[in-house]
Design a protein around this ligand. Structure first.
Ligand code: 5GP
Ligand code: ZN
Length: 116
């Protein structure tokens, strides 16, 4: 498993930084974003350190995305949003600030919910 000592998400995976876990298995972790755009804003990451969509291997992508529908349903059940956006920023110009691949799940509660 590739990890980076200076990566904040690798530190979360190794329990060095506390986080509110939403889902975990041996390959992936889902946890609440520290800066909630809307209530229930969740990040899904592979445990393997891969930087962005360009580095993401098909194997790691499939291990991650096969669980995204279940994670989305768990968030929907818990927070009862009206809808949900999925987002993935790649490279700085596109808004990526943590360079360990992640998908945002952003529950939506209406036009004035703070997102979009
Ligand atoms: P990006 O801007 O790279 O698409 O998203 C990175 C996300 O990681 C941001 O929404 C930011 O709030 C979140 N984040 C950064 N550091 C931490 C942290 O230490 N814990 C958690 N839970 N989220 C973090
Ligand atoms: Zn990492």
């Amino acid at each position: 498993m590739t990890t980076h000592a200076d990566c904040i998400f690798c530190k979360i995976i190794h329990g060095e930084i506390p986080t509110a876990k939403v889902y975990e298995n041996e390959d992936i972790l889902a946890f609440l974003d520290i800066s909630q755009v809307t209530e229930g804003h969740t990040l899904v990451i592979p445990k393997e350190h891969q930087k962005d969509i360009y580095e993401l291997s098909p194997e790691v992508a499939s291990k991650l995305f096969r669980h995204v529908p279940d994670i989305a349903n768990a968030i929907k059940k818990q927070y009862n949003p009206e809808g949900m956006n999925l987002l993935n920023n790649n490279e700085e110009i596109a808004g990526q600030s943590v360079f360990h691949y992640h998908v945002h799940l952003i529950p939506r509660y209406g036009q004035d919910d703070g997102y979009g």
